[in-house]
Design a protein around this ligand. Structure first.
Ligand code: ADP
Length: 367
């Protein structure tokens, strides 16, 4: 098993496209790291550079104690699973899974043991004689993973492997890949644009935007302590609400005033917000930290604002309310049975101890 590290890695494509910029990242032995970010942010390019499918423009890539910039893909001891599975259509599942081992001239008995073990782990032992066209999407993806497992690589790389599956199968495969990681105890790097997938799979998550790492942290740290407005908005569903406004001071208390509402800032945050008095700032609050006054005991005159419900999305256990407060549009996540009616006036209560504030220019988290 192995560590992977990127040291100040850059990738420029012809036409001045800077796909990855100054990326440094250490992936520990046996760690499951997920790289997440919107389409085009450089995730696949990063993975392909680790695999050796793309050259590095500048910087170094290390696998264990070897710098691999000039090592061809086949000698890097990694296995990559792609979104489109890339199975050979005319080969059976067994032949697909054993192909790389046959190429490397492994003894037949060793190949058979490895394929059967992998098929057992993935629950596809009964499918070994089928061809890819006779399989469902989920089964094909298992074969693609199986093909990687039989090689017992030092590092597994996954490039959006679940994107072509339906929603239910995606959730199921997510759990299976998690179990697989625990079982194989191997180093895995997984790329996805889906923040839910990232949150549920990674030991650590790397959030990227425009070719640049924004934050590397555990799922819960990303959620609770995003370093900037981008990460705060990208991680979490429905996303964090943002309102542009101003910090004002009245009778030595601090308030945030947005488009048509005013709320008091909790004392813990005064120190960090003091220099922003009278300046524009972003206020952020997650949907679950907004309550309907009728269903909470947190309300006070200083954290409650008047609002109108525009849309209600019942989800079963919970409901999402799309609300207007002043000129601001907000989403609240409330209990499924506690929901108001559309167009109803309501009093919204903010849990201000959970509020976040971001610098308007740099968008970095202030508190
Ligand atoms: P992601 O995987 O996050 O969607 P990519 O790594 O595929 O992003 O792409 C990052 C950027 O590099 C994008 O702007 C994309 O258009 C560009 N890009 C990717 N591959 C190539 C290529 N072969 N030639 C030129 N530009 C590319």
């Amino acid at each position: 098993m192995a560590q992977v590290s990127l040291k100040n890695v850059y990738k420029a494509y012809p036409g001045n496209i800077e796909a990855v910029r100054d990326m440094s990242l250490g992936v520990e032995n046996k760690e499951f790291v997920v790289i997440v970010g919107p389409s085009g942010c450089g995730k696949s390019t990063t993975l392909r550079m680790i695999a050796g499918l793309e050259d590095v423009t500048k910087g170094e890539i290390w696998i264990s104690d070897k710098m691999v910039n000039d090592v061809p893909p086949k000698d890097r001891d990694i296995a990559m699973v792609f979104q489109n599975y890339a199975l050979y259509p005319h080969m059976t599942v067994y032949e697909n899974m054993s192909f790389a081992l046959r190429l490397r001239k492994y003894p037949r008995s060793e190949i058979e043991t490895r394929v059967k073990d992998a098929a057992e782990i993935l629950g596809i032992a009964k499918l070994l004689n089928r061809q890819p066209r006779e399989l469902s999407g989920g089964q094909r993806q298992r074969v693609a993973v199986g093909r990687a497992i039989v090689r017992k690589p030092m590092v597994f790389l996954f490039d959006e492997p679940l994107s072509n599956l339906d929603a239910k199968m995606r959730v199921q495969m997510r759990t299976e890949l998690n179990k697989l990681h625990i079982r194989l105890q191997s180093t895995m790097i997984y790329v996805t644009h889906d923040q839910t997938e990232a949150m549920t799979m990674g030991n650590r998550i790397v959030v990227m935007k425009d070719g640049i790492i924004q934050q590397v942290a555990s799922p819960i740290t990303l959620y609770d302590k995003p370093v900037n407005k981008f990460v705060a908005g990208f991680i979490g569903s429905p996303p964090m609400n943002f309102v542009k406004g101003e910090i004002i001071k009245k009778d030595s208390k601090f308030f945030f005033t947005g488009d048509g509402f005013i709320v008091k800032v909790v004392e813990d945050m005064h120190k960090k917000l003091a220099v922003y008095e009278g300046k524009e700032i972003f206020f952020g609050i997650r949907p679950e930290d907004i309550y309907d006054k009728l269903f909470t005991s947190r309300a006070s005159s200083e954290n409650t604002v008047k609002a109108v419900v525009e849309i209600v999305e019942p989800m079963g256990a919970e409901a999402y309310l799309y609300i207007t407060a002043g000129k601001s549009s907000l989403i609240a996540r409330v209990g499924g049975h506690d929901r108001p009616e559309v167009h109803q006036d309501m009093d919204l209560v903010f849990d201000m101890s959970k509020a976040r504030f971001f610098n308007k220019d740099t968008e970095e988290t202030i508190v």
